[in-house]
Design a binder for this molecule. Structure first.
Ligand SMILES: Cc1ncc(COP(=O)(O)O)c(C=O)c1O
Length: 421
């Protein structure tokens, strides 16, 4: 075994996870590829779980970062005023929010996605003076206790060690075999003085449940949810941590439904270069925080601001959204032509450049695991999601070329053929 792998395995906590699935030592990366210490090349269909939408070591963003570092610009400043922060805000306002007719206050949170959700939870409860919130079965919102209370998968919840309270779960539009109109149900419990469920301060929703198995909510369902929230004085919080930043073909994933959430959480690819950054967008009148009421040492990583600004410029200048829509069609067409015919029990779901190939109906609990392992053997990094981890999750960098996309899809096809019994 590699000496480096050895030292990590001997010393790092048992909590480590991705390294168990891809047990080599990675060293360099460029674009859609990662290279291990022996120079082997791996095509990346995981993209930092959505943190690398612009590819590894994106040259345009890297140039800005190197320039920033060479000039001894400030790298850590808590939430003090800095040039890097001002330039990010200006770019985000002028190139993302204003053209979409969106107006939000920006809150920079501790550096990971879960922290933006924690902040949104606190702020929703503070505004509405209600404790309960609604979240959806299959949802994933992070690992700190507030966000974990909104998250449904058993393994994650089992780590909490304390009760995870004050959340009412209702079924998502899809993702289970339950044939049930959860919006009818939501309306009914809100109207019923015998529902036994406290009116929530907010609803937390992913427009595409990513970790939950690539369940894509329909436009009608999202619009109805938005309407119910408005009619009942409940805040709508869209968790765009994984599927924001153009993953679905528009910068924000909810744009296709024409809704304006009360709060939006962003992280992962907002940091542009794989840098930690997390952002809560707040409808202006809801911004009732007192100074330092949700604080943190690493709010506003200056290098992340530089990368985030450069990433937005890169995104708009290169029409990334249009590319995602086009490449999404390539994935959909390919899977329908080459993979679905392999077994009628395989299904496909997705939008933009997030797709799930679902093997759950085959009744072989280990199949998706074997396929993902086989892909790795064939030098493709790909992850699984959903109930029983039965969904193969296609999540490449948005900058991937058509050829790279087909190459990865060919590997998946070969792996499925070899593992389907
Ligand atoms: C939708 C969603 N929300 C929140 C999170 C948590 O983000 P982080 O791992 O950066 O805390 C994730 C992580 O995968 C996510 O997919």
């Amino acid at each position: 075994m590699s000496e480096r792998r050895n030292i990590i395995e001997e010393n790092e906590s048992c909590v480590r996870s991705y390294c168990r699935k891809y047990p080599v030592v990675f060293e360099t990366a460029k674009g859609s590829y990662i290279y291990d210490e022996n120079g082997n090349e791996y095509l990346d269909f995981l993209a930092g779980c959505g943190a690398l939408n612009y590819g590894h070591n994106n040259g345009v963003i890297k140039g800005e970062l190197i320039d920033y570092l060479l000039k001894d610009n400030i790298t850590h400043a808590m939430d003090m005023y800095t040039k890097a922060k001002a330039e990010f805000i200006e770019t985000f306002e002028n190139r993302i929010l204003a053209p979409k007719g969106l107006e939000y206050k920006l809150m920079f949170c501790g550096p990971t996605g879960t922290n933006a959700n924690e902040a949104a939870l606190k702020l929703a409860r503070k505004n509405k003076k209600r404790m309960n919130v609604v979240a959806f079965m299959g949802g994933f919102h992070g690992m700190t206790l507030g966000s974990l209370a909104l998250t449904t998968d058993e393994t994650s919840r089992n780590g909490a060690g304390v009760p995870l309270n004050n959340v009412t779960f209702i079924p998502y539009e899809s993702g289970t075999d339950i044939r049930f109109d959860s919006m009818d149900y939501f309306e009914a419990i809100l109207a019923d003085d015998h529902s036994g469920i406290e009116k929530p301060a907010a609803v937390f929703v992913e427009t595409v449940q990513a970790e939950g198995g690539i369940n894509v909510a329909s436009i009608e369902w999202l619009q109805r949810l938005d309407r119910i929230c408005k009619e009942n004085d409940i805040l709508l919080v869209v968790d765009d941590v994984q599927v924001g930043c153009s993953r679905t073909g528009t910068f924000f994933s909810f744009e296709r439904a024409g809704i304006k959430p009360d709060m939006i959480t962003l992280s992962k690819s907002i940091g542009g270069y794989g840098f930690p950054m997390s952002l809560l967008l707040i409808r202006e009148d809801l911004d009732i925080w007192k100074p330092a009421e949700h604080n943190g040492t690493f709010r506003g990583n200056q290098l992340a601001f530089v990368a985030a600004k450069a990433a937005i410029d890169f995104n708009i200048d290169n029409r990334v959204d249009a590319g995602v829509v086009k490449k999404g069609t390539i994935v959909e067409t390919y899977v329908k032509e080459h993979i679905l015919p392999l077994d009628e029990r395989i299904s496909l779901r997705g939008i933009g450049l997030i797709w799930g190939i679902d093997f759950s109906k085959i009744g072989d609990a280990e199949l998706s695991h074997r396929i993902a392992d086989k892909c790795f053997e064939k030098k493709l990094i790909i992850e699984r999601a959903g109930r029983g981890d039965s969904v193969l999750k296609i999540l490449p960098p948005l900058t991937i070329t058509d050829e790279e996309l087909i190459k990865g899809l060919d590997i998946i096809t070969e792996a499925i053929k070899e593992e389907l019994k």
